[in-house]
Design a binder for this molecule. Structure first.
Ligand code: FMN
Length: 186
């Protein structure tokens, strides 16, 4: 059983990216599972807090969930043509202390998708993640791409997918990523 963890980079209740993640969890190939986790509760990174109190409980819990998973799915919004601060902040906390990076992210299969109401579907945000993932030593899967544009037309009010074509693309994307995870971690 390939076990993946997924996190959305949006805290918004009606988030398209969180909806995309929930849909992904429901479209996983047989013999695989996607557990939806969250960046909610992760404080702003503060080196003084880290020195005085160590790693916050919520950060430590998410670190362990990622370390235990066979793969990680990041579902990223795009803010000002880059990574939203709350999402980057979460990853920054998750990369502490540096001695733990290899255990949590090293050679970890990571896939990257995103949704935006705009016409480019988070392409620049996805690009902005590349140096971050390289720095963490993650194994970015680049065998497929999924950029959901015009997101307001893609989801129903309840967050389910209204667009059959996107659903097919998401399914195909997940099949490719899970095949990669299985090959990387037989
Ligand atoms: C500060 C800010 C900057 C944004 N910049 C971009 C952008 O550069 N490109 C884009 O496609 N959408 C941009 N948006 C619109 C977001 O894609 C949109 O709010 C989207 O719904 C956020 O993702 P979510 O639905 O998962 O919360 C921006 C939104 C905010 C709040």
């Amino acid at each position: 059983m390939a076990k993946l963890v997924g996190i959305s980079g949006s805290l918004r209740q009606g988030s398209y990216n969180s909806a995309l993640l929930r849909n992904a969890a429901g479209l996983m190939p047989e013999g695989s599972e996607l557990v939806v986790d969250t960046i909610r509760g992760i404080p702003l990174y503060d080196g003084d807090v880290e020195t005085a109190e160590g790693i916050p409980e919520r950060v430590a819990a998410l670190k362990e969930a990622i370390a235990a998973a066979d793969g990680l799915l990041l579902v990223t919004p795009e803010y000002n043509n880059s990574i939203p601060g709350v999402f980057k902040n979460a990853i920054d906390w998750l990369s502490r202390p540096p001695a733990d990076i290899k255990r949590v992210f090293g050679d970890k299969p990571v896939a990257l998708i995103g949704a935006s109401p705009g016409g480019f579907g988070t392409i620049l945000s996805q690009n902005a993640w590349l140096p971050v993932l390289r720095t963490l030593g993650a194994d970015l899967w680049s065998g497929g791409r999924l950029m959901v544009s015009r997101a307001q037309t893609v989801f129903n009010q309840d967050g389910t997918l209204a667009d059959q074509k996107i659903e097919e693309q998401l399914k195909t994307y997940l099949e490719g990523f899970v095949a990669h995870v299985r090959a990387a971690r037989p």
